[in-house]
Design a protein around this ligand. Structure first.
Ligand code: MG
Length: 258
């Protein structure tokens, strides 16, 4: 079921999303070569808790037998890792890495969700371009996130843009509605047919998240039960924001107005 948030609920969504935006400000300031992904996780968790939020990914259970709950506050996925990488003291960030972080803050019963891909130091031109295209894919998609349009219009715009740049989107994972639950309806794939799916209405809050691969769209899951990597070893990037559908333009809740 797609939930329509009341005025009050939208204010609470704003609060949760602000925590996520502030967490990314901290991570951007802190990330550097030589640091472990565990250290990055500690910074994120501390920031969220100091702002009165709970890192919602920590302990998140997908309910599949044999897969342990997610142990950390952020997912950190480096280079050919696409999503759901587990922070570790042994995983050291290197100059030239592209580091995708995905995190969800839960505050006052509502979730805010966003992802960023950080370029650490100097990365290759190819890596930089992938990161830029992934971010732009989000903005191409939300041009269609307007009342009266359908969710398929957003999905279609993302997929078309990514493919026009010579990259692939993954099909096994997708964006989603968000609110009291981290994952609500509708599912928001990064490809699809325009004119299909639910009609967008004011008060819907949606996490739109292009996950883009430089090479072929095939993916693998590592033995940890979480980390998703590209099958061909090519690079991948991720960019996500929680948005609010309004009567006019969509509002991006996980980017702070300056
Ligand atoms: Mg996310």
């Amino acid at each position: 079921m797609v939930t329509i948030k009341s005025k009050k609920e939208i204010e609470l969504m704003r609060e949760a999303c602000k925590v996520v935006a502030l967490t990314y400000e901290e991570l951007e300031k802190s990330i550097r070569p030589g640091m472990s992904t565990w250290e990055l996780d500690q910074i994120a968790e501390k920031t969220m808790r100091n702002l009165g939020a709970i890192p919602a990914e920590k302990g998140y259970n997908i309910g599949v037998k044999g897969i342990p709950p997610f142990p950390s506050s952020i997912c950190v996925s480096i280079n050919d890792e696409i999503i759901h990488g587990i922070p570790s003291k042994n995983r050291i960030i290197k100059e030239g890495d592209i580091v995708s972080v995905d995190t969800v803050a839960l505050k006052n019963g509502f979730n805010g969700d966003a992802a960023r891909t950080f370029i650490v130091g100097k990365a290759s031109k190819d890596a930089q371009n992938l990161v830029e295209v992934t971010k732009q894919a989000f903005f191409e998609g939300i041009k269609y996130a307007k009342v009266g349009n359908r969710i398929g219009d957003v999905c279609h715009a993302i997929g078309e843009y990514v493919h026009s740049q010579g990259y692939s989107v993954i099909k096994e994972f997708q964006g989603h509605g968000i609110g009291r639950k981290m994952h609500e309806d509708p599912g928001i794939p990064n490809y699809g047919k325009a004119g299909r799916g639910i009609r967008l209405e004011p008060g819907m809050t949606l996490a739109i998240e292009p996950m883009v691969i430089q090479g072929k769209p095939n993916i693998l899951e590592l033995d940890d039960g979480w980390t998703i990597v590209t099958e061909d070893g090519s690079l991948s990037a991720h960019y996500e924001n929680t948005i609010l559908i309004t009567e006019k333009e969509p509002e991006i809740l996980t980017i702070l107005e300056k």
